[in-house]
Design a protein around this ligand. Sequence first.
Ligand code: UDP
Ligand code: MG
Length: 314
Amino acid sequence: MDVSVVIPVYNEEENLQSLFERLCRTMDSIGKPWEVIFVNDGSKDRSGEILRRFCKERPGTVKLIDFNGNYGQHTAIIAAFERAAGEVVVTLDADLQNPPEEIVKLLEKIDEGCDSVGGYRKQREDTALRRYCSKIVNIARDKMTNIRMKDQGCMLRAYKRNVIKAILGTNERSLFIPALAYTFSSNPAEIEVEHAARAAGESKYSMYRLIRLNFDLITGFTLMPLQLFTLFGFLSSLGSFALVAILLFRRFFIIGEGEAEGVFTLFAILFFLISVAIVGIGLIGEYIGRIYQVVQSRPKYVLKETVGFGEDGK
Ligand code: UDP
Ligand code: MG
């Protein structure tokens, strides 16, 4: 097997037929042995049914991993990585935002000797709010981690077997695959790819899930938020100490100065510091929660069924 294409699917019934046609046309035209692994991430619509039909239409090429519930896009991709046979593995979204035709370009770049190739979107067709937030996270990631990429959110990417192997070697729960792959590759490259508006349906990421995902990105690759917090705590305790010294001096040596006037300023300072402390507790919680998930060592996902793999589900 030369190329495995991995596609996570969550309620994408309207997009699957046209995705499948375009994908088959592109991959057949390349002329290398290939497979596609669809992961049905607990869809509640007819996606599972449609994917089973694809498996029957092209047995040997189309494979399906069916989860018993919704575990998220990145976990779905990991399940497919565990079973992908290809020397090169390509990831792709099911909503046709990543045109399947662009896979050709990724594979060309792999043939040039890169072990992971990321796409960055020429013109991103998402809402302005999404693009704006992504920009902020992109900057935060760039400043806080060693990961250098133009467009972390683009899932149209290709990885060689060595990178896939390294990713499977980790035991992380809340993972962010493009960033993980970047840290494990020796010769990463980026190319420009087209991006389209979602063909049908709506984004499966609510604001809350997006925030969680981006926390995974930052907490997974750096401790800097904790360190910045400690640094701030250190500076503000120095400041507070100075303030206490000034107030004591005023209380005992500048007699007659009104005490009550400064009270509201003090409250303001106090509220600010309390809110900072709450942020810090939350931040520590983010890291501890992730440690907890790993320590529990529950299975990352539970399968309902796999279709098209060998006896052992591989
Ligand atoms: N997806 C998934 N599980 C989820 C959420 C999304 O498998 O819990 C899939 C979804 O079907 C799509 C891809 O991940 O193929 C990207 O999702 P989406 O297009 O909703 O994200 P966006 O493009 O808005 O970032
Ligand atoms: Mg999308």
